[in-house]
Design a protein around this ligand. Sequence first.
Ligand code: GUN
Length: 328
Amino acid sequence: MPPDGGPDRPCRSPFLDNSGCLRYKQKPLGILKCWKDEGTGWTMAEVIDGNRIAQAVRDEVRTQAFELKEKKGITPGLAVILVGDDPASKIYVGRKEKAAAEAGFLSREFRLPAETTEDRLREIVAGLNADSSIHGILVQLPLPKHINPDVVIETIDPRKDVDGFHPVNIGGLFTGRPGHRACTPLGVIELLDRTGIPIEGKEAVIVGRSNIVGKPLALMLLNRHATVTICHTRTKDLGAVARRADILVAAAGRAEMVRGDMVKDGAVVVDVGINRRADGKLVGDVAFAEAAAKASYITPVPGGVGPMTIAMLLRNTLGAAQQKAQAR
Ligand code: GUN
């Protein structure tokens, strides 16, 4: 079946006419482009520009951080801890530190050797809990095998747990109470909101049940009144469940596992994955071209959800500093 916008079917996009021409003069913030398949000439999904939306969030955070400093004399402080030398973690941590500095935050970095003991790491965290210049503490995961991440995360003061991983914050998400929320799922919600995609009443399907993305995102979507299904490796007919989705989120950690035939016509496809293919290309958990032929909106990899994680980390840290200012 040809995708919408082709010669035989009306275009589903509010921004395009039936020939695939742009109907609007100014694209909404965060729409990167309307994709056209070179082979068929059919209009494809609108590609959501995560870089641009993340930059908008970061600009807001920077302005508010400046105000907090001017009015209350408080500079948001973020401590980032990396244990060991996992190359991917090194890159992520470097980006987080750079983003914090660009937002006008105090940024403290801890690069610890892989042999660091759990007790030593907890000591450092306890020191940061007591440090009034630090409002957010992030321990980059994964940790070396001899360190139990749960024990370390539980050492972080929940008010400074800007990753939203502490059981107190997870409990807050579960029961709808205030607290920090995990950055990547928060970024997914922000992308949808800023693109003007409604969540309430929609059928949302998440492929992946990790503690960092799948599970917290399910609760966030549920709190926004979506009907939520989580799929995983033992889901019987993944394709059939995925095809029910108005909002389909791929967060399984497997390169290009969500194929075009798993996407309902007009669905919104959000790709949380980032994988390196054997040929060296960075790809998501979604087979992009296939899914873009069916979706109304889609996030690219890279440049989709990824940049949002850091933007939301900054916003959580700013929020922690603002809370502290209010409590004074
Ligand atoms: N490793 C992969 N994603 C994350 C994240 O969001 N926070 C931390 N601390 N570690 C991670």
